[in-house]
Design a protein. Structure first.
Lengths: 446, 270
């Protein structure tokens, strides 16, 4: 045998012409070219991906950032006790306060040295009816009577739109909402610093407003709705999903029935979410009589949707735990359950958590099924009264709120929708960061 | 040409044949689905003796070893028939819980497989789940004893909190042996314990096996005939699922009765 090999090796050079290592033969050239082409495809694909990502972020941020600020009209107002008593004694109380406001506003203009023509109607078009706001402030804080108070009142959404470029001067036609002359006044006030930009806390903490009041719209209530809904999803889908996966992966016999279950779980993961919405409407609301638009029902529907994702992720991370660890545990006399819970599960934990958080992030961004069970944006009008009622009181969720805003006619809601997307993305990003941190923490080498 | 260099030293101990029988196996069959992997095996494994299972790959020696502590139970398609008696008790009896059996019959695997935990926890895990100790001090003592028996105490006594997976391959395997003896088993099964180790670590583990013979019945599966010759007193040769020959190690290597055994140990089959 050794002899044969030696002969073969000696015979080979005789039949072949000697080639140089310095010249590439045809086959090598072709292979190198193919490799270079493949690398180029990869780089192109990644560049295209990055380009679209950048476009997406730039457009989201540039369209959404205006939602976080708004123009406010700032003025000082001192209400004397006599003015208060006088206004309260009249039949049209807010009108009296309106007069006080106009007086204070004129004083503000004089102090700033601005010479501007305006009438009460123009002011009303710009900041709305301020009398009610002033009255409720002094009723809530009677101690402020007699001392100067600084008011910051949100400007009308058209004025807002004029300053952030949404509304062009040449497009404005005189109407009862806005006159061209109002824009001149607004410009003057802006230069005087009476109208200025301020952070829009209402957008963060407010509730949905009516279709005619984009300035008052906020996402806060639907954030709370999303929170309660995600609590339900987490509390149901994590234990059910992990328990189901552990049973299927570690304990269940492999037969046609478990195969059938496996196929069905994979199929469920691919079912369009709106189907789960219809199911939720039919089963949870119509059959079981749970309240409409409730985060509890939304959570139940999304649990159904999230379970396959969690089960698939958990099973694959359980599969990835080397069998030698199970053998080792069984070998020292651990029961199957001890082997799973003491050794396999801790090792599978990073994968399970990642899968769970991806599933939850998907649920957080889900819109269609929630619209079907009535969690539409305009329902989000008030914060729930208590923790428990947060599950059952009608509410919306962030993506449904965004959808509702995007569908409204008023241009100003458009920027609210983009702003809502920014908030939603911040939550999703936070969840992904948590996933990464948990992964790092639980990851162990073996 | 196929002049296999024969080991010069055998671990000869003629008194082993007087040791009592630990495992009595008779008419043993194992099926993997349709595949008949173990055929009519009959063997008596002795106490305080090292028994080596040798044979070509796929001959069933590992399968048979895994029958002895019912590790084949974890394989769905595997079916085991026949008599397997440990001290006269049938281990496949319905009343027997494999967990209790595995506490009596420990196992060391081919690839070192410490838990991804500290060295201390690796050894303490078995005693903990079986409730062998009442206090922390008692457990500490037991861990030290096991690590000493595993011939690794001196190397790790200062870093018991270090991860077991951070040790070298040979140390990991000795840690696994320490883990296996920590539950005070009566039989120790070793499935090619040295196949992933370098010669120095192999020598250490072999020395350890020889020491373990004092207290345990050791069964070792090995591909290395030199190793079988060095560490075992009894040798069983498996071929195609049959137990071809079972005798004193010296007899198997110098005077085999079956032509297949002779072919294998001289390197003609396998």
């Amino acid at each position: 045998m050794t002899d044969a090999t030696a002969q073969g090796a000696a015979a080979a050079p005789a039949g072949k012409t000697r080639t140089s290592l310095y010249t590439l033969d045809e086959g090598t050239k072709r292979r190198n070219a193919a490799e270079a082409r493949f690398k180029a495809y990869g780089v192109t694909a990644i560049c295209a991906g990055l380009f679209f990502l950048v476009v997406l972020f730039v457009s989201i941020i540039s369209s959404g950032v205006p939602a976080f600020t708004r123009m406010v009209v700032e003025f000082d107002l001192t209400l004397t006790q006599e003015q208060y008593d006088d206004a309260e004694s009249q039949v049209l109380k807010t009108a009296a306060y309106q007069a006080v406001f106009i007086e204070a506003f004129e004083a503000e203009l004089n102090e700033a040295g601005v010479d501007a023509e305006f009438d009460a109607a123009a002011l009303e078009r710009m900041v709305g009816k301020t009398g009610g706001i002033i009255r409720s402030h002094f009723q809530a804080n009677p101690d402020d009577i007699g001392s100067p108070v600084t008011f910051e009142l949100p400007a009308a959404s058209r004025i807002d739109g004029y300053f952030n470029g949404r509304l062009k001067r040449e497009d404005v036609q005189d109407s009862r909402f806005l006159m061209v002359s109002d824009l001149d006044l607004a410009d003057t006030l802006y230069e005087a610093g009476i109208i200025h930009n301020a952070f829009n806390w209402t957008f963060i903490f407010g509730s949905d407003s009516g279709v005619d009041n984009p300035g008052g719209a906020g996402i806060g209530v639907s954030v709370v709705g999303s929170f309660f809904m995600m609590l339900v999803v987490l509390a149901l889908s994590l234990p059910i999903g992990v328990a189901a996966s552990i049973y299927l992966e570690e304990f269940a016999a492999k037969n046609w029935f478990t195969d059938l279950i496996e196929v069905n779980i994979s199929n469920l993961a691919a079912v369009p979410s709106i189907v789960f919405g219809i199911l939720g409407l039919a089963v949870f609301i119509q059959f079981m009589g749970l309240p409409q638009s409730a985060p509890l029902v939304g959570g139940l529907v999304l649990t159904l949707m999230t379970l396959p994702t969690i089960i698939i992720a958990t099973r694959s991370s359980l599969k990835a735990v080397p069998p030698s660890i199970r053998d080792a545990a069984l070998g020292v006399g651990a029961s199957k359950m001890q082997a799973v819970f003491h050794h396999v599960l801790p090792l599978a934990m990073p994968g399970i958590l990642t899968g769970t958080i991806i599933g939850l992030a998907q649920a957080l961004g889900e819109t269609a099924p929630l619209l079907l069970i009535g969690m539409v944006g305009f329902v989000a009008r008030a914060y729930p009264e208590g923790f428990m009622s947060g599950f059952t009181e009608a509410n919306s969720v962030m993506p449904a709120q965004i959808y509702t805003w995007a569908a409204r006619a008023d241009q100003s809601f458009y920027e609210k929708a983009w702003g809502g997307i920014i908030i939603l993305l911040i939550f999703l990003l936070t969840m992904n960061i948590i996933a990464i941190i948990l992964r790092r923490r639980f990851e162990r080498r073996w | 040409m196929a002049e296999e260099k024969m080991p010069e030293q055998f671990s000869v101990d003629p008194s082993v044949n007087e040791h009592e029988i630990k495992f009595h196996c008779e008419n043993c069959q194992v099926y993997y689905g349709e595949n008949h992997a173990i055929k009519d095996v009959e063997v008596d494994l002795l106490d305080k003796t090292v028994t080596a299972f040798i044979g070509p790959s796929g001959c069933g020696k590992s399968t048979f070893l895994r029958c002895l502590n019912r590790m084949n139970d974890t394989i769905d398609v595997a079916r085991v028939e026949g008599t397997f008696q440990l001290d006269g008790e049938e281990i496949y009896d319905k009343q027997v819980d494999p967990v209790q059996l595995r506490a009596k019959v420990g196992m060391v695997f081919q690839k070192p497989n410490p838990f991804p935990k500290s060295i201390y926890d690796n050894v303490a895990y078995g005693p903990k789940i079986h409730g062998l100790t009442k206090s922390k001090a008692e457990l500490d003592e037991l861990v030290e004893k096991a690590l000493r028996r595993g011939a690794i105490w001196d190397e790790v006594k200062d870093r018991l909190d270090a991860p077991g997976t951070g040790l070298s391959g040979g140390q990991q395997q000795r840690l696994c042996i320490a883990r296996a003896v920590a539950t005070e088993p009566e039989v120790l099964l070793m499935d090619e314990p040295c196949s992933a180790l370098d010669p120095i670590a192999t020598a250490q583990v072999e020395e350890l096996i020889d020491e373990l013979r004092e207290n345990y019945s050791v069964v070792i599966v090995t591909h290395s005939m030199q190793q079988a010759a060095r560490v075992s007193q009894k040798t069983a040769f498996f071929h195609l699922g049959n137990l071809v020959e079972y005798d004193d190690t010296g007899t198997i290597f110098t005077n085999p009765k079956d032509p297949r055994t002779e072919s294998y140990i001289t390197g003609r089959i396998g």
